[in-house]
Design a protein around this ligand. Structure first.
Ligand SMILES: Cc1ncc(COP(=O)(O)O)c(C=O)c1O
Length: 356
């Protein structure tokens, strides 16, 4: 019997499509064994380069030393109420928009958040537009829930190409997915780009007779340099759902802790929240990890030391002088391999992350 029959046809196709990521990481391991661990940099997986900040350990020790917290049990599917409150309060300041605790759901990372969002808003065949290049898992996440990812090329400066996005909008468009600071380009979208997108999405919603959402994937929001500010997506467009995580800003990638938040002005937002909480439950996440929820409730605003990332970014930019490579000065975390320029491009911000 053919061994491939152990997989569904769809999974066969998906594993073959993503095997290059695994091959890259295997090749890195092979080269490391050959040349030494410091001689090879593996950009295939997005593991943080730094340990979590000291505050994280202190909070964890404190939590573990006090058994009264009921640390390891189930809780409401949306998360501990006080954690949702802490995230909502911090996010309200960050976004400049008052966000009720009930508009936050604690998730298994931003990856879990995106799956919960797509499970909640997509019907089979609904389309999600994204600027290319993009985090490669997006296509799988949309397809998990019957959606179709529609990539459109980014503008030469790696910002969103509004003309290309407008041309890609169809009656099946349900969302535009953005990621700023961007993986892999490092681009931070300016407020003017968000305002332009908002105008497009309002028009598209009117014409389609249903909401066209902006889904903003923001796990790199805090990993920026040189005084760069990441503008508020909630201030730009009312029908926005954010997802983010503590994977990068607290180096907790393996702990699977993040959140999503819905803009309070979304029509029927209470029903949307009910759907999002239900999706968190029935996708099998049930709830985000309890201990981590307790920890991040006390760590709002904390961040890893960015010095190492800034130093890496400097190395990356200096490499741009090498003949076969090109690398603009990224405004955000840089973890990807160098991109080759097209002869006509001269972006102002660039390369960053990886596949996971
Ligand atoms: C752009 C982007 N979105 C989402 C994720 C998923 O992150 P997590 O689920 O760990 O929060 C990653 C991971 O590298 C990423 O680069």
């Amino acid at each position: 019997m053919n061994g491939a029959h152990c997989l569904s046809a769809r999974m066969r196709e998906e594993t073959s499509r993503s095997s290059w990521i695994r091959r890259m990481s295997e090749e890195a391991a092979r080269l490391r064994a050959l040349h030494g661990p410091d001689a090879v940099q593996d950009f295939s997986l997005g593991n943080p380069s730094t340990e979590p900040p000291e505050e994280f350990r202190a909070v964890l020790e404190d939590l573990l030393s006090d058994p009264s917290h009921r640390l390891h049990g189930y809780m409401p599917n949306g998360g501990f109420p006080d954690t949702r409150r802490a995230v909502a309060d911090y996010l309200s300041l960050e976004q400049g928009v008052e966000i009720p605790a009930g508009n936050v759901v604690m998730t298994c990372g931003a990856a879990g958040g995106l799956n919960v969002i797509f499970r909640t808003i997509l019907d089979p065949g609904d389309e999600v537009i994204v600027s290319s290049p993009y985090f490669v898992e997006y296509g799988f996440y949309a397809a998990n829930h019957g959606g179709v990812l529609r990539p459109v090329p980014a503008a030469p400066d790696f910002g969103p190409d509004l003309g290309a996005i407008e041309a890609a909008i169809t009656p099946r468009t349900r969302a535009v997915l953005i990621n700023s600071p961007n993986n892999p380009t490092g681009r931070v979208y300016p407020a003017s780009a968000l305002a332009g997108l908002a105008g497009l999405l309002r028009r598209a919603s009117r014409e389609a007779g249903r909401l066209v959402y902006l889904v903003s994937d923001e796990p790199y929001r805090k990993i920026v340099y040189d005084g760069v500010e990441v503008p508020s997506v909630f201030a730009a467009y009312e029908n926005t759902i954010i997802t983010s995580s503590y994977s990068k800003e607290l180096s907790l990638a393996g702990e699977r802790i993040g959140y999503l938040a819905a803009q309070p002005a979304i029509p029927e937002v209470a029903s949307l929240m009910e759907g999002l909480v239900m999706a968190n439950r029935i996708l099998g996440f049930v709830n985000a990890p309890a201990l981590m929820q307790r920890a991040v409730a006390r760590l709002q605003g904390a961040c890893v030391d960015l010095a190492l990332y800034r130093r890496n970014r400097g190395c990356c930019s200096r490499r741009s002088a090498a003949p076969a490579t090109w690398c603009p000065n990224p405004k955000a975390l840089s973890t990807s391999s160098l991109a080759r320029p097209s002869p006509t491009t001269s972006p102002s911000a660039g390369p960053s992350p990886k596949s996971g």
